[in-house]
Each structure stands twice: as structure tokens, then as C-alpha cells.
Design a protein around this ligand. Structure first.
Ligand code: BV8
Ligand code: ZN
Length: 245
């Protein structure tokens, strides 16, 4: 465990009032959620382009829903891990704290994080392709293909697919936080997907101290001020612990 690095980051966090944290699939890995590109990767048997795109859904909504229904049934019984709880705890210690997650599993909310920005949407929300109603749906299994109660239209998972633009309002809010951040943590993400992959660099350019917490080195590790390798579920609780010393 890189205790020196942890201590240095804890000191930085203690003296910061504006902190942004970006998380990716790696923070949910210890809860049993398969990551996207790791050995247990979700995409292992499929290519992202085959399933998580509007074209794939257009072509075969049943196939895409079967994949989402499988992921929802896999994730539903899973619980947050100490990494999620450490970030919910950190939020209480920092005056102006923003958590941005690429994850769609809902585990940050389940761990008590107040307003996680779920930039890629949520597995637990659906949206009607006809009337646009967006609502929570936790049915497992879900009727395939699910229909809108209001207008009978086809429902889709309320997530952001590859090739889809992110919600402009959400993006504006994220960039505003990145520009003002004194310290940023980038946790459990391979930095493969845009625009999330650029957030650490945006914050750094604006003057933030940027820390990467990841199981392994990533192509961006060299850009960050500190890069700590290890499991988020172990490192983050240590980080918060050192803040109280
Ligand atoms: C957009 C929701 C524009 C769906 C997801 C070519 C170059 C650059 C960009 C592009 C390009 N071609 C296309 C693009 C754009 C594309 C993109 O980035 N493609 C990539 C793949 C090349 N991006 C988009 O399409 C985005 N939209 O750009 O719009 C636009 C503008 C106007 C008009 C139209 C369009 C939308 C992207 C959103 C895609 N949706 N999810 C669903 O989940 O079903 S992305 C998906 O990947 C998940 O959200 C996931 O979070 C995300 C990123 O993956 P990671 O979280 O990083 O996970 P990964 O497995 O990769 O890494 C895990 C890491 O954790 C690893 O490093 C591992 O070592 C580490 N780890 C593992 N265990 C642990 C750990 N760390 C700590 N502790 C552990 N225990
Ligand atoms: Zn409808």
C-alpha cells in the first residue's frame, strides 16, 4: 500500500474546500459488478458497438433488452463496497463536493452519496421512445420489450449509448465543477470513454491537484499529480482514515 501517497493525498483533501471525484466501473468491481474492459469484462462476449448503441437497439430491441435485463438481474442483489461508502463519508467532510460517475449501477446512491451525477444514466431508469416519459423501473426480470403504460410506446434503458450525446445541462455542471476544483480524484476508470476520459486533464489544466486511484496504471497515469495503484475498496477507506489523523 502506497502509504506515502495516501498521506500526501489525505493532507491535500484536508486543505481543500472544492473537490470533484470521477468514478468508473473499477469502484464497483469489488461489489461484484463486472468491469467493461477488464478480464471479467462485460464486453468480453459482446462488442460495445453491438449492443450499447442506438443503431443496435433500432435493429434488435429484444436482443439489447435481453442484455440489459441480464445486467440488471446480475446487479440487483449487489451491495456497495467500502470504496462507495468511503466516498459517501468523504462528501460529509468536504464543503463543496461533487461526485461524477460513469457507472449506471446505482451503487453510489445506495451507499448514501447525496447527489451523484450519473453522467451515463442508470440501469434502473427507462425512457419511452414515443412520449419521452423517463421513470424508475426496478423489475427483474422486465417484460421484453417493455411498453410505456401511458402511450404503449417502446421503452429503452435510460442510459447514454455510444454515439449518443450526453445531456448538455449535466455536461455544463460537470465542467463548471472541474474548472473550480482544488483537488480531483479519478477512481477505477480506464480512461477509454470520452468525454469522461478528458475530465482529469480539464481539472488539471484549470489548476487542480489530480489523483488517480486505480488497480493498474492507465494511459493517463503519467498526467496526474499522483497515481496510486490498488483496490478502491481498500485505498479509499485508508484515505478517509488518514484525513481524521
Ligand atoms: C459522445 C452506459 C458525442 C451504457 C457507457 C474515437 C475516439 C474518441 C471517442 C470516440 C471515438 N469514437 C466514438 C467516440 C465517442 C465514444 C467513445 O468514447 N468511444 C470509445 C469507446 C472510443 N463516446 C461516446 O459515444 C459518448 N458520447 O461522445 O457523444 C456526440 C456529440 C454530439 C452528438 C452526438 C454524439 C457516450 C459514451 C457513453 C457510453 N456509455 N455506459 C451502459 O453501461 O450500458 S460507457 C461505459 O464505459 C460505462 O459507463 C463505463 O463506466 C464506461 C467507461 O469504462 P470504465 O468505467 O473506465 O470501465 P473499464 O472497465 O474500462 O475500466 C475499469 C478500470 O478500473 C480499469 O482501469 C481497471 O484497472 C480498474 N479497476 C478494476 N477493479 C478495480 C479497479 N480500480 C480500483 N479498484 C478495483 N477494485
Ligand atoms: Zn410513452
Amino acid at each position: 500500500m502506497d502509504t506515502e501517497g495516501i498521506r500526501q493525498v489525505a493532507e491535500k483533501l484536508k486543505s481543500s474546500t472544492r473537490v470533484v471525484v470521477l468514478t468508473g466501473a473499477g469502484i464497483s468491481q469489488e461489489s461484484g459488478v463486472p468491469t467493461f474492459r477488464g478480464a471479467d469484462g462485460l464486453w468480453q462476449n459482446f462488442r460495445a458497438e453491438d449492443l450499447a448503441t442506438p443503431e443496435a437497439f433500432e435493429k434488435d430491441p429484444v436482443l439489447v433488452w435481453r442484455w440489459y435485463d441480464w445486467r440488471r438481474s446480475l446487479i440487483q442483489p449487489l451491495k456497495p463496497n467500502p470504496g462507495h461508502y468511503a466516498l459517501a463519508d468523504l462528501e460529509k467532510r468536504i464543503e463543496d463536493f461533487t461526485l461524477v460517475t460513469q457507472n449506471v449501477d446505482g451503487l453510489h446512491k445506495a451507499a448514501g452519496s447525496k447527489h451523484p451525477i450519473e453522467m451515463h444514466g442508470s440501469l434502473w431508469r427507462v425512457r419511452c421512445m414515443q412520449c419521452g416519459t423517463d421513470f424508475e423501473n426496478r423489475e427483474v426480470p422486465i417484460d421484453i420489450p417493455p411498453r410505456c403504460e401511458t402511450c404503449g410506446g417502446l421503452l429503452r434503458p435510460a442510459v447514454v449509448w455510444f454515439g449518443e450525446a450526453l445531456d448538455q445541462e449535466i455536461l455544463r455542471e460537470i465542467y463548471r465543477c472541474l474548472e473550480r476544483a482544488e483537488t480531483m480524484l479519478v477512481v477505477g476508470t480506464s480512461g477509454a470513454v470520452q468525454p469522461a476520459a478528458s475530465f482529469g486533464l480539464v481539472a488539471k489544466k484549470a489548476g487542480a491537484f489530480v489523483v488517480e486511484v486505480n488497480r493498474s496504471k492507465t494511459p493517463q497515469s503519467a498526467f496526474f499529480d499522483v497515481s496510486i495503484q490498488g483496490k478502491a475498496g481498500e485505498l479509499l477507506p485508508h484515505l478517509v482514515e488518514h484525513m481524521t489523523q
